[in-house]
Design a protein around this ligand. Sequence first.
Ligand code: GLN
Length: 494
Amino acid sequence: SKRFACTHQSLEQLNSSVNALVAISKTPRRTQHHGPLEGVTIAVKDNICTSLLPTTCSSAMLSDYTSPFDATVVRLLSDAGAHVIGKANCDEFGMGSLNVNTIHGPVINPHQSPHARNLPWALRERRSAGGSSGGSAASVAAGMCGVALGTDTGGSVRLPASYCGVVGLKPSYGLISRWGVISFADSLDCVGVIGKSINAIEKVFDVVSVYDKRDPTSATSELREKARSSAESCLPALSSGAQPTSLEGLRIGIPQEYFPVELDQSVISSLRTVIKGLAAMGASIVPVSLPATQYALSAYYVIATAEASSNLARFDGIQYGLRVPLPPGATRSKPSDVYAFSRSAGLGREVQKRILLGTYALTADAFDNYFLQAQRVRTHIKSDFNNVFRHHSVHLHLNRASAPRNGVDVLLHPSAIRTAPLLDGNGESEREGHEAPGLDEYLQDVMTVPASLAGLPALSVPAGLADDGWPVGVSVVGQWGSDELVLRIGRVIE
Ligand code: GLN
């Protein structure tokens, strides 16, 4: 395994141009520790609790917060011998796609396009690292650490991985414990792993993908085993540890709804190259349809904001978070004044906008038309996937014989509609007028939210450079619990 011997000083130096880390660990690396992750350096997204470093969620609300405990994932990693190098910049509470909604300043994508290699740093394009786990992806891409933890609610691991040219896994919902992870939208939140290679990711995933009794949504060992064996049953070529030489028998679905008009031409050609390679190895390429995809983005933004409005209620200046001195006229004895002033000062525009939107979706007036309707769409999205996969979800308790006979093993599609957007003009400068982003930013999530709504494993793998010289990612999506299969197919692509 590759060792990263970044000293504190060289990390600081690398970080000064990328802004990927918001806290850098000062504790020296343990040299005596043995375990499967010995020598592995890890950056942890700043919405995952660590007892030795602050956890700010990139929010003024938590700028002084240090958790008294480590999240389960962090504990598992340190017990296995990994070294946490620092906390990674992110969009505030995970809300965003560009890593510009942050009190720490935007993350600068460390990728250098071949056209810009000879230019001095100051003259290079400043592009977004993607969000919300932008700091996690950028710290891996810049070589600050071997692996990074992110969270993915609607694409926040896959999108930045795609923009930065690294691998990003959003596992099946419930496989990695969320205990100690600050919730954005519980029914969608997943801890994800970002690395330069599938190998690096797999090593970490093996350690953190275990049942945790402290997370009520954690999948039991029995369920994990059932899903794993079901995924492997008909793919003997892929079940051995070695790199497969043939993909005979593997059926890969290409969902026709994942080619919206906004999709960049050079992203399509990168995907085409990947498809050709897989077909040349014997895989069958099957066009499939997931008709509810067109409603996924709207459903996601209703469900995610509704859950967020409830989860973020705890940041009120009393239970948790920043408490500001009250202006004249406000009453200290009135909790609602403390809440209102503290939350207005502590939460950014995008977070406030979502809390309002989510609160509205849960009011009596809007509940049926928005929240329940979004849940119905979510059900349709899940059945779309179940209608195309060769295996039923183990959650459905259906017998194997009733699965679609011509089903596919995995789906393949572009991870994003384009390469990393420019920061200047796209992020901060527009944000200077304190405008929350418009619909454009939400559009970036078109390809990633369906797998989130269905809780499925999804992996973004680099697929070369687009015409502009920036990385393109393709995504492999599998049935619930088939994470190992998804990783193996990713390994063939990488
Ligand atoms: N970009 C999406 C959002 O803003 C996804 C965020 C995430 O996955 N945490 O909600």
